[in-house]
Design a protein around this ligand. Structure first.
Ligand code: AMP
Ligand code: MG
Length: 439
């Protein structure tokens, strides 16, 4: 009599542990909760790496004047239709010159690249095709130039009022050049997410210490700080919590003030894995707590009423990286108006293609074991060959607890659940980890 009742009670509990979800479902659930953060205005020099919330409009024609594109002589093309021809030199125009002379028929003016074209001139004869008389009064032009040759007309690139950068463009070096040309001293970008970072585990010590007893150095903290910095977030390092309920609760509460909280460790089935309970106690609604992936099964996503996204990743370094790349990074990018949901590419599975050097690739023929009921991930070195075909070399690793498998890794080989063994030469799916780009 009591058993069905107990089951019903569990089912009705608001915090009953959600079942295991596929990665695709996990990503869909995260995506549903991502909202772009409010825009803010930043000085252009502070905006590198950020994403525009509003486009940039150019305030001038570019170039702002008819401009010489070569060093030579400004001429009237009609005058040099038949060559050689002697033209009277009337002066010189340097870049930045405010006043320009007028070139009449039979005349030329010496001109430098970037200088404004004299009135009535319509082409530049490059120096190489000319000769100057000893008294520097006459220039002989030896090659014809067509009208508009070696000049760039005002407004050729853009017109005043043109949109030159668009909302959702990420600001890199090229975009900075564009904004500077357009006169944008300040730009409107999506705010950077504030992210709390918390690592858990009594065994963890800092990099400056030598492990004794059952200790190991914390590698997730430094790795995730690096990833979060690359993503343009503002990180609050909450430190290491240890496996202590009270301290964990305290740090989680602090972390929930952020736009996102990222935790590693403490979500498996161990006796000291208190993270899920602590999150629930802090008012976090858990959307899933396990993923059907290998590695990366104990991965949790939750939200608060205040809109904080909470990610708890496995303690094992490679699992933590996969969880970050597949869920956390796209969410943080989405808050900044960018799409960084990983896309898969097809690559050819291969063994080591170089004889050492800096890459940590295995020397034997590549082989990926058949998968069971979980989608599987393998750190890989992905490279293009001369014909632009993608090749993926699985890296040697001793499982998800082995960070050394990440040396040279720039992607993962992904195998769907129930895939057969993959052999050298087989096509496999890969996900690229390129730090500064989308996808
Ligand atoms: P957990 O998810 O807490 O069960 O941890 C799984 C494994 O990952 C254990 O062997 C931990 O010692 C290890 N681990 C947990 N956190 C870290 C970390 N921050 N850096 C390196 N290894 C960790
Ligand atoms: Mg632990």
């Amino acid at each position: 009599l009591t058993l069905p009742l107990a089951r019903a009670t569990i089912a009705a509990m608001p915090n009953a542990i959600p079942t295991m979800v596929t990665l695709a479902d996990a990503q869909r659930m995260v995506r549903e909760h991502v909202r772009p953060l409010p825009p803010r205005s930043l000085a252009l020099s502070d905006a590198v790496g950020r994403t525009l919330a509003e486009g940039v409009r150019c305030d001038v024609d570019v170039p702002p004047f008819d401009r010489a594109m070569m060093d030579g002589y400004a001429v009237r093309a009609a005058d040099v239709a038949r060559v050689p021809v002697d033209l009277r030199l009337i002066g010189q125009v340097a870049a930045g010159a405010a006043d320009v002379p007028t070139v009449s028929s039979g005349e030329a003016a010496q001109i430098n690249t970037g200088a404004p074209l004299p009135a009535h001139a319509d082409a530049v004869a490059p120096f190489e095709d000319t000769a100057l008389s000893a008294d520097r009064q006459i220039v002989t032009v030896n090659c014809s130039v067509a009208p508009d040759r070696h000049i760039c007309r005002r407004g050729t690139y853009v017109r005043a009022g043109d949109d030159v950068l668009h909302a959702n463009d990420r600001i890199g070096p090229g975009e900075v050049a564009i904004a500077a040309t357009a006169g944008a001293t300040r730009v409107k970008v999506f705010s950077a997410p504030c992210v709390g970072l918390l690592v858990t585990g009594d065994e963890l010590i800092g990099v400056e210490r030598k492990p004794a007893g059952g200790q190991i150095r914390d590698s997730n903290g430094p790795m995730l700080s690096t990833l979060l910095a690359i993503e343009g977030t503002e990180v609050t390092d909450l430190g290491r919590a240890g496996d202590d309920r009270t301290r964990l609760a305290e740090l989680i509460d602090r972390g929930l003030d952020s736009d996102a909280l990222c935790i590693t460790g403490g979500i498996s089935m161990g006796a000291f894995d208190f993270v899920p309970d602590a999150l629930i106690a802090s008012g976090v609604r858990i959307h899933f707590q396990k993923m059907r992936t290998k590695p990366g099964k104990p991965t949790l996503f939750g939200t608060t009423d205040g809109g904080t996204l909470v990610f708890a990743l496995p303690g094992n370094p490679i699992s933590a990286l996969i969880g970050y790349w597949m869920l956390v990074r796209p969410a943080l990018a989405g808050m900044q108006g960018r799409d960084a949901w990983p896309r898969t590419h097809r690559a050819i599975l291969c063994g080591s293609r170089d004889a050492g050097g800096t890459s940590n690739v295995q020397r034997q023929a590549a082989r990926i074991k058949a998968t069971g009921d979980r989608e599987s991930f393998h750190p890989a070195r992905v490279e293009l060959d001369e014909s632009s075909r993608l090749f993926a070399t699985p890296l040697t690793w001793y499982g998800s607890g082995d960070p050394f498998g990440l040396r040279g890794a720039n992607g993962f080989i992904v195998r769907a659940a129930q895939s057969p063994e993959a052999q050298e030469g087989d096509a496999v799916d890969v996900i690229l980890m390129h730090w500064n780009d989308t996808g």
